[in-house]
Write a protein that binds this ligand. Structure first.
Ligand SMILES: Nc1ncnc2c1ncn2[C@@H]1O[C@H](COP(=O)(O)OP(=O)(O)OP(=O)(O)O)[C@@H](O)[C@H]1O
Ligand SMILES: O=P(O)(O)OC[C@H]1O[C@H](OP(=O)(O)OP(=O)(O)O)[C@H](O)[C@@H]1O
Ligand SMILES: [Mg+2]
Length: 280
């Protein structure tokens, strides 16, 4: 059985569980459940702290897992590697300090830096020859400066709201662009390919919609320039020989501008439908 590690709580857990359910796997009914055997799919799930998942996967105790890229790098487990970005829980990892206090990371030399990701920060500063006094904290890191235990912080930034509320501003380079990732261990496990294909199918279904429309045949080349589909749009005849029906996949984020452009061109009866799953 393929052993899969899934975040048991925190920002990643809900979407990870939704994606696995959409990929046809058994979930857990009780959020306290730690282990689920899905015999039909020949896999078993271990619900673990997201921070620990790279340790289990890197050591080979578990075959594959879902965690954050930042957590993977922070764990510094040579046996664990990212095999697919999963397109959710996107964030940047940044230094921050009271507005205007620092502009460059070199100014951090000898200062106290609070973070929940000491491995990640240490590796980044080490590469640049900057030696700091790391203050490891579990969370709510943004309060560390105000409370006097650190001069600056290094933390996850999504909207920036938490930083702003704490009177902090980012400075220096983006340490990391993070998102949820699928990771694998040192050996290729049987069944990992199937999991990967299924998760890719779920990502396609989440990212794309199907658009159907009717169009005068003479306008087809222009319409294909607006939305070209994955390979090429499906074109079907209509009873009126001057018109065709067109079916094309479009990124969800582009659907409204694409509909506007198709309508302006002369397309009519434009319909958008969800894709529930896919193999491209
Ligand atoms: N606001 C956020 N936006 C996007 N991703 C986030 C956010 N906060 C945390 N993450 C991501 O979640 C992962 C950390 O998950 P973890 O469960 O350890 O922390 P958490 O979500 O902050 O949980 P907690 O509720 O314990 O604070 C990391 O990959 C991190 O980048
Ligand atoms: O840029 P923002 O949109 O404000 O999001 C970033 C914040 O979200 C997370 O905090 P969380 O709520 O998980 O609390 P924690 O710091 O205790 O982990 C993260 O640690 C940042 O503090
Ligand atoms: Mg948090």
């Amino acid at each position: 059985m393929l052993r899969i590690a899934v975040p048991n709580k925190g920002s990643l857990s809900e979407t990870a569980a939704e994606m696995l359910a959409e990929a046809g796997y058994a979930g857990r009914r009780d959020p306290k459940t730690l282990h689920v055997v899905d015999a039909d799919n020949d896999v078993e799930f271990f619900f673990l702290r997201p921070k620990d998942i790279a340790t289990y996967v890197g050591s080979g105790a578990i075959d594959v897992g879902i965690t954050g890229r930042d957590l993977l790098l922070d764990a510094r487990m040579p046996g664990a590697r990212e095999i697919e970005a999963l397109g959710f829980a996107g964030s940047t990892f940044r230094f921050a300090a009271p507005s205007g206090r620092y502009t460059d990371v070199s100014e951090l030399d000898g200062l106290r830096i609070a973070t929940s990701y000491p491995g990640l920060v240490d590796a980044f500063l080490d590469e640049r020859g900057i030696a700091v006094d790391l203050v490891p904290l579990d969370g709510a890191v943004e309060s560390a400066v105000r409370l006097g235990v650190a001069d600056a912080v290094a933390d996850v930034v999504e909207t920036g709201t938490t930083l702003r509320q704490a009177g902090l501003d980012v400075f220096g380079p983006v340490i990391l662009q993070s998102e949820a990732v699928l990771i694998a261990g040192p050996v290729d496990a049987d069944g990992a390919e199937t999991l990967l294909r299924r998760l890719r199918g779920v990502m396609v279904a989440r990212r794309f919609v199907m658009i159907d429309y009717d169009l005068p045949l003479a306008l087809l080349d222009d319409a294909v320039k607006i939305a070209g589909g994955v390979e090429s749009p499906t074109v079907s005849p209509l009873r009126d020989p001057d018109w065709v029906a067109v079916r094309v996949m479009v990124a969800r984020a582009r659907v409204n501008p694409v509909m506007d452009a198709l309508y302006a061109l002369g397309a009519r009866a434009i319909l958008v439908t969800a894709i529930h799953n896919a193999r491209l």
